[in-house]
Design a protein around this ligand. Sequence first.
Ligand SMILES: [Zn+2]
Length: 259
Amino acid sequence: MASAAPPEVIGERVLDGVGWVRGPVANVFTFREGGRIYLVDSGFPHNASKVRLAFREAGLPLSSLTDILLTHQHPDHVGGAAYLRWVTHAKVSCHEMDAPTVEGKGPMMAPLFVRLFLSPQPVQVDRVLREGDQVGPFTVVWAPGHTLGSVAFYHPERKLLFCGDALVTSRRGAALARPFSNFDPDQAISSVEKLASLEVSAVFAGHGHPILSNGGRALREAAKKVSKRAEHRWWTLVGPEGHPETHPKPEPPPTPRSA
Ligand SMILES: [Zn+2]
């Protein structure tokens, strides 16, 4: 029996079913499975035209988009969602702690210089997410720190991780985003350690080139680096009394359900 053809990919093909729509700042990813089409993040408002073009090039109407999954509240990830939801009626999902800001009812969790230069484009949230929720094939992994409602979307069967800005990636590996860009740096470190505990093959971050194999190793290396950095920072801030052995790190967020 002939094997089924792989699904068409919307955007630049990175893996079966996974497409990449490169933005000038943040990445947008598309994912097809089970008759649904997911968009992970939506870029700035003008990125929506690139998403529209990617659908056209794949021979699909934009209205076939079913779900917009937001990793967090920042305008370079949320901006295109309002237009895309309005045109396609796709369901917008984001974590409960970022939802008020995404809907324009709460302050942006970002450094002052970001808040001065970027204005959010609010969008209605159709589904509020919590740790362990299931969205189609994805398990929601709460990964706070960059913002309090940052999440990763984990596909346990295929070991894919869409992690937003919990990490940045390059062809060389993964790393914590620059400390000044994280709302709560200590939580961000705990979240990198949490993500490193997952079985992962490919990592798709909000910024940088995706990691398409051995993603788990890249995450564990990133976690090792951030742990060292955290230890150093505490030591220099408070002296020997502040060493992690006497002041253990705060409890990490709970481990997600595995496949
Ligand atoms: Zn961000």
